[in-house]
Ligand binder design. Structure first.
Ligand SMILES: Cc1cc2nc3c(=O)[nH]c(=O)nc-3n(C[C@H](O)[C@H](O)[C@H](O)COP(=O)(O)OP(=O)(O)OC[C@H]3O[C@@H](n4cnc5c(N)ncnc54)[C@H](O)[C@@H]3O)c2cc1C
Length: 495
């Protein structure tokens, strides 16, 4: 609960001779137990207090796109592997749950154009800088300044949220951070935006296109805002959770004592009774149909063509259906011997890289190839020497066939394939199409639309905190905490 806000509301209403504020909601349903659903459950529990019952519906596995799989009795991240050090909600969750950062295992990267490596990282920071300058002039400095500016403005959200301000639209949230410029960044491509600040076409073709392919499986046509977020990650300072990133989701649900229901939600319908407005959640659980009633419903699962469909019934306004399509990314976890000759290293002992990014060329067979470390890393752990069998993660547009596997690996013990509906297909977003709504109806909210601005673990957590604050502020009519303009200035003068 947020006691001081509630006290202000009570006091204001008593002074005005009105009855006290409404009772908190009795029951809340959250659909989806990925990081978005788990985080919103935690933040709702914080805002409304422990007396509110929260049911979390999950059709598949807790963690969603935070997932691991097992190779030789060790677990490896097979969904979202890394989190940026400036992603403060994720950092807070790790502390809150008593989890640990996994020990960092250093490794070098290179960019491959389908025939040869075009850029190779070395052990020497200055040499890396020199190489970038030699190949691309000052483009990389321009890029760095651009990304830093975006990140600095993005970080304002933590201050706003600490003061319990919420936004009713994704555009409003972005505008509060970086003005109209941030909203425009969701409609203009990253390639065009970087050209606009003087980054060379060669740097965009060689480096930026490889980072976009590795991060989102898409080209430099993706919007500038999501592009900037992934470029921030490419500059390093990444971490993951010891034991697996998904532990954050299960930990938050356990901490809040949420009631996790393993069922697929099929419909949400509005029921207006004389006394109050309720939402019926209909679900299917092991072939049996069931339903239950709630004061608030949060959809924390992306609504797209290939997802589990949810019908919205009896609402006065129809919910846009479905909200765009998602981009398929295939993750192949291969335990085997890399074919280093394919990358120009006939002697595998001399292959120095732990990850290879592929340039965006028409016949590229993979987006990225990365040697994985297990989710539990002991103190003396080191990467396998390149001539030994290791566990590799290959991201690609479609499943690799035998010939492609043989191209990348001399031989292998096992291949496990997971097909993800991974991220929004962003090329359709580079237009004046509005971002999806957060409020679908009075007490019915949509969290996952934020992915159309940028899909990342932290963006889901930021959206979760915003949504919990919005639901709380709207429930208790704390309108002065919703959609406030010029918050930076307001907070400076308030402090
Ligand atoms: C291969 C890959 C690599 C990635 N790498 C990174 C990275 O390095 N860093 C980063 O920050 N992000 C990365 N991401 C993106 C990140 O994983 C997502 O942005 C984030 O996990 C989204 O979390 P979510 O909770 O919003 O959605 P999800 O994790 O998709 O959770 C939604 C949940 O809802 C459930 N669900 C759906 N429909 C229903 C229904 N009808 N009823 C009940 N349950 C339902 C689903 O089963 C799922 O568990 C990556 C994603 C992929 C796929």
């Amino acid at each position: 609960m947020s006691p001081h806000l509630l006290l202000i509301a009570v006091a204001a209403q008593m002074c005005a001779g009105q009855p006290g504020p409404p009772d908190p909601p009795g029951r809340i349903a959250v659909i989806g137990a990925g990081i978005g659903g788990s985080a919103v459950t935690y933040f709702l529990h914080q805002q409304f207090g422990p007396q509110v019952q929260i049911d979390v519906y999950e059709a598949d596995r807790v963690g969603g796109r935070l997932a691991t799989l097992t190779v030789n009795s060790q677990q490896y991240e097979c969904g979202s592997p890394t989190i940026h050090s400036l992603h403060l909600h994720m950092q807070d969750f790790v502390k809150l749950l008593g989890l640990k950062h996994r020990k960092d295992v250093v490794g070098k990267s290179a960019i491959f154009n389908g025939e040869q490596l075009v850029l190779e990282e070395t052990d020497w920071y200055l040499l890396n800088l020199f190489r970038l300058w030699w190949h691309y002039g000052i483009s990389f400095l321009r890029l760095q300044m651009w990304v830093e500016e975006v990140m600095e403005k993005f970080m304002r959200i933590y201050k706003y949220q600490a003061h319990e301000y919420a936004f009713s639209t994704i555009e409003g949230l972005l505008r509060s951070l970086g003005g109209d410029h941030f909203v425009n960044m969701t409609q203009k491509s990253v390639g065009e935006s970087l050209q606009g600040i003087g980054v060379s076409q060669r740097f965009i073709d060689d480096v930026i296109s490889a980072v976009m392919k590795a991060s989102y499986g898409q080209s430099v046509a993706i919007p500038a805002f999501v592009g900037a977020m992934s470029l921030a990650g490419a500059q390093g300072n990444m971490w993951s959770v010891e034991g697996g990133n998904k532990l954050i989701c299960s930990g938050l649900l356990k901490l809040t004592k949420a009631n996790v229901i393993h069922a697929r939600v099929t419909a949400v319908s509005l029921h207006n009774t004389e006394k109050k407005r309720l939402y019926e959640v209909q679900y299917e659980q092991e072939g049996t149909l069931g339903s239950d009633y709630y004061d608030l419903v949060i959809v924390a699962a992306p609504l797209h063509k290939s997802g589990y469909p949810i019908s919205f019934l009896n609402l006065p306004q129809s919910v846009p259906d479905p909200m765009g399509s998602y981009h398929r990314v295939v993750s192949s976890i291969v335990h085997g011997y890399l074919n280093s000759s394919y990358f120009g290293f006939v002697d595998p002992k001399l292959f120095p890289f732990s990850s290879i990014l592929s340039m965006d060329t028409p016949d590229a067979i993979f987006h990225s190839l990365e040697s994985l470390c297990p989710v539990n890393v002991s103190v003396g752990f080191r990467r396998k020497p390149p001539q030994e069998a290791a566990v590799w993660r290959v991201l690609s547009q479609r499943p690799l066939d035998r010939k492609e596997l043989k191209t990348l690996f001399k031989s292998y013990y096992s291949v496990q394939v997971i097909e993800w509906q991974a991220f929004p297909s962003y090329s359709t977003a580079v237009s004046s199409k509005p971002l999806p709504p957060i409020i679908l109806h009075d007490g019915l909210y949509y969290l996952s639309g934020v992915e159309w601005a940028a899909s990342s673990v932290e963006m889901s957590a930021v959206a979760a905190k915003n949504l919990a604050l919005l639901a709380f502020n709207r429930w208790f009519e704390l309108n002065e905490k919703i959609d406030q303009q010029d918050l930076m200035h307001k907070l400076k003068t308030e402090l």
